[in-house]
Ligand binder design. Structure first.
Ligand code: CA
Length: 285
């Protein structure tokens, strides 16, 4: 449940963790170097960390949500994690911010005062196929989730949600984004008649080019890395979504369907992204 108490508790836990780590580092250094050298070493390290921190651009998260207490709780938790947070309470303003500020991830409420999250998502996808969009929804009906994913959302959490879980998902997004940051060099991979260009986040197949969303690209990259070997749904969820398995396994299946439509000559009879029943998927190139 998202409450200001939860956010205060998160902060307190984080501070306790940092201070206990600091104590361990200090006592180890004192043993190794003696008190005076340890103090000098720690002071120098802190200056270096501060300088380095200021040089690393902050990742920006855009929150499109009209419930003030949720915005406040998310802002607190995300800023505590070191992210820059932008927020909009209306869909129209959220789309404008997404266009002008190019956020690194978007948290999008389904029920907004001027429109709904599906329409906002479709609008954002017209100018940004890649930015990861996580939908915040009070509904838990499977149909709503599928509609959200169809409109271009990458993931969803059902309210009331745990801030820690949401932060874990955002961290997973940014961990992978850092690892796969486009280098400018073409990264091509052929799967049957389809050519995947990882640097351009696109698939060219059957005379058409399709943009890949963040999760589509990452899921495909994982399957390519393990081509010829089965990959379990649980592993996919953990590595791509930063989640433990369970009921959200359906999310993986939805994304496999999207990828098959872009890669397979006959998506309903897949020849490349094969289902391993009761386990997961295997890519055959
Ligand atoms: Ca709302």
């Amino acid at each position: 449940m998202l409450t200001s108490n939860a956010s205060t508790r998160n902060k307190a836990q984080g501070e306790r963790f940092r201070s206990s780590c600091d104590e361990i580092v200090q006592s180890t250094l004192r043993c190794a170097l003696g008190n005076w050298h340890a103090a000098r070493f720690l002071a120098a390290t802190r200056i270096l960390c501060k300088t380095k921190g200021s040089l690393i651009p902050k990742k920006t998260v855009l929150v499109i949500e009209d419930e003030p207490h949720i915005v406040l709780g998310l802002r607190d938790a995300l800023e505590f994690e070191g992210f820059r947070v932008l927020s909009a309470s209306k869909g129209k303003d959220g789309v404008a911010l997404a266009k002008s500020e190019h956020p690194d991830a978007i948290l999008l409420d389904l029920m907004l005062p001027d429109t709904n999250g599906y329409a906002v998502c479709e609008e954002i996808r017209r100018f940004d196929a890649f930015v990861p969009i996580v939908m915040l929804t009070a509904r838990s009906q499977e149909g709503d989730k599928v509609r959200g994913l169809d409109s271009g959302a990458d993931d969803y959490v059902t309210k009331p949600f745990s801030v820690n879980e949401l932060i874990a998902r955002i961290r997973a997004i940014f961990r992978r984004t850092q690892r796969v940051a486009p280098t400018g060099a073409a990264e091509l991979f052929r799967i049957g008649a389809a050519e995947v260009n990882f640097a351009r986040q696109a698939v060219h197949a059957f005379g058409a080019e399709h943009q890949l969303s963040y999760y589509e690209l990452e899921l495909l990259r994982l399957l390519v890395e393990r081509a010829g070997f089965p990959v379990s749904r649980d592993e996919i969820l953990l590595k791509i979504w930063g989640l433990d398995g369970g009921p959200t396994n359906r999310t993986v299946d939805n994304f496999i369907v999207k990828l098959r439509k872009k890669i397979e000559p006959q998506p309903e009879k897949p020849a490349h992204i094969l289902t391993i029943y009761g386990f997961g998927y295997k890519l055959v190139v």
